[in-house]
Write a protein that binds this ligand. Structure first.
Ligand code: 26V
Length: 745
């Protein structure tokens, strides 16, 4: 690295703008990283994912190369503030937790020295950029390459052709080094060759409400899956010959959700067509190679494809899928399964291919992403498969990389931890559980750090949103994809109730607080967009009311992304994780907040359950119905209108949707939100997500937190208990488990 630092010292910065400097310094660092890219191991693991949400590479890579502080010092001697590079925005080639998890996993594998390679798509445009106009979400294309792309290496010599029935496209690899103890590679494929080819890697999640959109989505999934399979089989044949007996011993593939599951059929196609392996052998090889992670139980998010669609562009794949169904039926019959059981597990039924069922049947291991989620997979979504193949199922509770989410996002807290337990905890194989013995010694420092991170966050928000949050406000935050099951709408009602109570003088001792929201809504998701507008309306009301503005603020930040998240998790006191029990597979934001010393105010859902197991129920705020209670409510007939009739505070808050308090500009969106709660919508029962059921315990929890915060030292100790017990939620732990139990690398 001395070479790099020497060249940096020689770098002439005069007259160069931030983008130029960014590219020049990144290129220098990239040379070092490239030299260190590790050769493949004997056995390697591959992660196939339609999303990677990497966040900013610059600071992270300099940190991983061990030169961040030195670079910062050298630049400042030249009169350049390293923070200027924050202007360079991050590439958002993902949408939410699924993509960010993939990025954390790659980071952890590199840190642990494990050979894990990522495969995905190099989208020209990432997730849209969001801005608000009159409180509504607007979307602009995210042209992330406009600053250049110094962290990718185009591998011209390794491109390959991907054939569809109607045309062929070229998959050109771009390698992004993932730096750690070992330097691995994330390989993203760009589609080239013709304008129609280029469409395939143009957008992340193109609208799929038309036939054409669905086809494009299928092409994307096949495109990168086939490019990956093409590489792996070609490399194997070169090194081991064409019999493929040991393919599964040399390669293990992790399917990140259902999007890349088509790779299973592609491997069989390549082996049978190109290498003349028999179908049964090829299927056996595939079974030894693939594993599947499920990330959601929402039926609308489980990939299934109409046969006619697949047949139109991938006829061989359609044939293989049908054949796999036959193979499975035969096996299940031999095992004595009933017609119902066979139908439950169908890969192909009534002209539809079910990719999750394919993944479960063909995968060696099937895992959920938190303990509760895995239980739900076993007892509900994949109950039949679990009865027949119990040995496949296992849990791998998610984690987040402490390097980005603690060391980089919060150097102040990291330094305070060093001061108490030394620096060994920074090693990927170590944790910081030793902090538990030093909570009291760290309390004052922690409070000071939190104040600092809050001020930094408020400065950033002021710069981005143009609103100043007064110092010493208690910070509650809910940042995540916008979806009804995550219940941002419930938080909106709770805030309105607090507002009403403060105005009525019923909450005179309320500690001044801000509610932060950050979320993007899918462009075509009408109700989610209405929720954004509703919260922005509440924000305008509350922030401008002289009677409340000194004690309550609401800020919905625009264009929430990884870089924003790094600031928000560090500056927050209370992490809001309030999904309907049973619906949030895990959550990973909850872990980032915990690591930075926020208490969780949440439901018994996803990884929240394990968070409170580790950090103690007494140090967190759990409310609302459990999965069992939700099931019982569904069985007994839940009536949200009865809740509204009995609770005037709830009724007042919910009525704000329709009583003229706010205007939806004549679109009828607010009426639709109201009706979804009281009458039902989209074939769902009224209040499908049990917002009104949980609202009252939610408001109580928020008020309790506010009271407890009055004793700052006591509250800080709760927060520190969360930090001290968060080592389990490091993705280093998660990846070590995948490596030991599933990948055997
Ligand atoms: C996608 C869609 C698309 C269609 C509309 C409804 C819908 C709902 C959810 C999804 C996302 C599915 C996959 C996903 O992102 N799951 C998230 O994975 C995280 C990492 O395991 C986990 O922490 C989150 O709980 C889970 O929601």
């Amino acid at each position: 690295m001395n070479e790099f630092l020497n060249r940096l010292k020689e770098l002439d910065v005069t007259g160069k703008d931030v983008v130029t400097l960014y590219n020049e310094i990144s290129a220098l660092a990239m040379e070092q990283a490239e030299k260190r890219i590790a050769p493949h191991a004997k056995r390697n693991a591959y992660y196939l994912s339609i999303e990677y949400l990497l966040g900013r590479a610059f600071f992270n890579n300099l940190m991983e190369l061990g030169v961040l502080d030195e670079v910062s010092r050298i630049l400042s001697e030249k009169g350049v503030d390293i923070r200027n590079f924050e202007e360079i925005e991050d590439a958002a080639l993902g949408n939410g937790g699924l993509g960010r998890l993939a990025a954390c996993f790659l980071d952890s594998a590199a840190a642990l020295g494990l050979p894990l390679y990522g495969y995905g798509i190099r989208y020209k445009y990432g997730l849209f950029k969001q801005a608000f106009q009159d409180g509504r979400q607007t979307e602009m294309p995210d042209d992330w390459q406009k600053f250049g792309d110094p962290w990718s290496l185009r591998r011209e010599g390794e491109k390959r052709e991907i054939a569809f029935a109607d045309y062929t496209v070229t998959a050109v690899p771009y390698d992004i080094p993932i730096i750690g103890e070992r330097v691995n590679v994330l390989r993203l494929f760009q589609a080239e060759g013709s304008p129609q080819a280029e469409k395939i890697s143009e957008y992340l999640y193109p609208a799929d409400d038309t036939e054409e959109g669905k086809l494009l989505r299928l092409r994307q999934e096949y495109f990168f899956s086939a490019a990956a399979i093409g590489e792996l089989t070609e490399r194997y044949a070169k090194e081991h010959g064409k019999k493929f007996d040991d393919f599964g011993a040399c390669n293990v593939i992790q399917l990140n959700d259902t999007h890349p599951v088509i790779a299973v059929a592609e491997l069989i196609r390549v082996l049978t067509v190109q290498y003349k392996v028999s179908f049964d052998r090829a299927a056996a090889i595939a079974k030894a190679t693939f594993n599947y992670t499920n990330h959601t139980v929402l039926p609308e998010a489980l990939e299934c494809w109409r046969e006619e669609l697949v047949r139109k562009i991938l006829p061989d794949i359609a044939d293989i899928l049908v054949r796999l169904q036959r193979m499975q039926t035969k096996e299940l019959k031999a095992r004595g399964c009933s017609a119902k059981e066979i139908a439950d597990m169908a890969i192909y039924r009534d002209g539809i291919f079910y990719m999750a069922n394919l993944a479960v049947y063909m995968g060696t291991a099937v895992n959920g992403v938190a303990a509760l989620h895995t239980e739900i997979l076993k007892n509900t979504l994949f109950a039949t498969a679990y009865r027949i193949f119990p040995e496949k199922f296992r849990n791998k509770t998610n984690g987040v990389t402490k390097r980005r989410w603690l060391m980089l996002a919060n150097p102040e807290l990291s330094g305070a931890i060093d001061g108490v337990i030394g620096t060994a905890w920074r090693d990927p194989r170590e944790g910081f559980g030793a902090l538990k013995e030093h909570i009291d010694a760290l309390t004052d420092d922690f409070i000071a750090v939190k104040e600092t991170k809050k001020r930094q966050l408020f400065d950033y928000i002021e710069q981005k949103e143009g609103v100043r949050i007064p110092d010493r406000f208690l910070v509650y935050a809910q940042v995540k994809r916008l979806h009804e099951y995550k219940r941002q709408l419930m938080t909106a009602f709770a805030v309105l109730e607090l507002y009403h109570a403060i105005k009525d003088g019923a909450l005179s001792d309320f500690h001044p607080s801000v509610f932060l929201f950050g979320a993007k809504s899918a462009p075509s998701y009408r109700r989610a967009k209405a929720i954004i507008k509703f919260i922005n309306d509440i924000s305008a009301l509350v922030n401008n009311d002289p009677a409340t503005k000194d004690v309550l603020r609401v800020v919905f930040v625009q264009n929430y992304n990884v870089s924003y998240a790094e600031k928000i998790v560090a500056g927050t006191d209370v992490s809001l994780q309030v999904s309907t029990a049973g619906l949030e597979a895990s959550g990973t934001g909850n872990m980032k907040f915990m690591m930075n010393g926020a208490v969780t105010c949440g439901t018994m859902d996803g990884a929240n359950i394990e968070i409170v197991e580790h950090a103690g129920k007494e140090n967190n705020y759990i409310f609302g119905a459990t999965v069992e209670e939700i099931d019982a409510l569904k069985a007994s007939g839940y009536d949200p209108n009865a809740v509204l009739a009995q609770n005037s505070a709830h009724n007042r808050a919910v009525s704000a949707l329709i009583d003229g308090t706010f205007s939806d500009g004549g679109t009828g969106e607010y009426r639709e939100l109201y009706d979804a709660l009281t009458v039902g919508a989209s074939w769902h029962a009224p209040d499908h997500y049990f917002i009104l059921h949980d609202l009252s315990s939610y408001v109580h929890a928020l008020v309790q937190i506010n009271r407890d915060y009055g004793n700052r030292a006591m509250f800080a100790r709760k927060q520190l208990q969360n930090v001290a017990n968060s080592s389990f939620f490091s993705s280093d732990r998660t990846i070590a488990e995948y490596a030991a139990d599933i990948w055997h690398i």
